[in-house]
Design a protein around this ligand. Structure first.
Ligand code: PLP
Length: 368
């Protein structure tokens, strides 16, 4: 049997044709295809506006700068996420304040947010981890009570909703990534959704060297970045966007297979709250502590299956524990546990039900 990788993007002929057309046109940098992609993203998510940029991390970096968050400010982030969620806070000179997660959903434990809010807190960056919306309604309730901005890290959660409203449209900003590990990909790429027109303008200026067009002439009004997306990347991801619902349906039926076939009581499967359908960017299980997770990853590999841990316990990474002297095991026990015992299994459009059966059979056997 051929090796089953943990993830694999599905690039089809139509996607390749869309890219080729842009390459042949000679118009490579940000142009009409970026505009069209921004429009189609807004139609799919219901966002008022969206700005496509060079990657998911850049979206959050720009959002923090547009809000004027920097030195002396605190930003609340979950202790378990991809490291970029905290790095962007460091990059603007602010301080990340970590909050532990809920082990059933791997999302921020909303009940632990309030006592981490101080006079210095300016924003919350909740993550919709692994493609499942966090309880963003409750996060917004807290944010409104304390007058805080919310930047939703929806990097891996395109299509996720709470009560039928798209992630990325609750907060001041929503941040999405199109890295090949996400549902649709432009290679590198991201988009930031925004509902406020003044902030929308700020982000567009910061994306493109601080340029503003006033009465048709160009002025440099900020010290901006070059965080633009290229037009062929936009064409690539826009082409995949047209079959996004199909991708979601396929992944959901593959995951149903995992739920019915994985039956070892030393593997716990994720919980999906009734008001928040999962989009399964990652299928992430917890392995009982009696089993060595890292040895299990190796054993799965020996059986032809790629798996890995799901995300980092951020305060346990060298830069953060050295700077803030944090003890993750004590201070963030759930994030620590998810980091040490979590396992991401293959889930993507190109898998078939036979492969899901095989993966389930092997994991049942190895964890028995
Ligand atoms: C992928 C990811 C990012 C980073 O996105 P890039 O496009 O790789 O910069 C940030 N946060 C989360 C939760 C992610 O999954």
């Amino acid at each position: 049997m051929k090796f089953i990788p943990l993830s694999s993007p599905d690039i089809r002929q139509a996607d390749i044709d869309a890219v080729t057309e842009v390459l042949m046109s000679g118009m490579l940098v940000q142009g009409i295809n970026v505009n069209k992609f921004e429009d189609s993203f807004c139609r799919v998510t219901g966002s008022k506006s969206a700005i496509a940029v060079s990657n998911g991390t850049a979206t959050m970096h720009l959002a923090l700068i547009a809000l004027g968050i920097g030195k002396g400010d605190e930003v609340i982030v979950p202790a378990f996420s991809y490291i970029a969620t905290a790095n962007v806070v460091e990059l603007v000179g602010a301080t990340p304040v970590f909050v532990d997660i809920d082990l059933a959903t791997f999302n921020i434990d909303v009940s632990k947010i309030e006592h981490n809010i101080s006079k210095k807190t300016k924003a919350i960056i909740p993550v919709h981890e692994f493609g499942l919306a966090c309880d963003i309604e409750k996060v917004m309730h807290i944010a409104n009570k304390y007058n805080l901005h919310v930047i939703e890290d929806a990097a891996c959660a395109l299509g996720a909703t709470q009560n039928n409203k798209s992630v990325g449209t609750f907060g001041t900003f929503g941040s999405f990534s199109f890295h090949p590990r996400k549902a649709i990909s432009s290679g590198e790429g991201g988009i930031v959704s925004v509902q406020d027109s003044i902030l929308d303008r700020k982000i567009r200026i910061l994306r493109n060297h601080g340029i503003e067009y006033v009465d048709g002439s160009m002025e440099f009004v900020e010290a901006g970045f070059n965080y633009r997306m290229t037009d062929f990347q936009a064409a690539l991801v826009a082409s995949q966007m047209t079959r996004f619902n199909e991708i979601l349906t396929t992944k959901r039926s593959l995951v149903d297979g995992y739920y019915s076939l994985i039956n070892c009581n030393r593997v716990s499967l994720p919980t999906v709250p009734y008001d928040r359908p999962h989009t399964w960017q990652t299928f992430h299980v917890l392995i009982n502590e009696s089993i060595n997770r890292d040895k299990l990853i190796q054993a799965m590999k020996d059986n032809g299956i790629g798996t890995n841990y799901g995300a980092q316990c951020i305060p346990a990474q060298k830069y953060y524990y050295k700077k803030y002297r944090l003890n993750s095991g004590e201070d963030y026990p759930n994030a620590w546990k998810a980091y040490k015992t979590g396992l991401a299994l293959p889930i993507y459009e190109k898998l078939n039900s036979g492969q899901i059966e095989y993966i389930s059979e092997i994991i049942n056997k190895l964890t028995k």
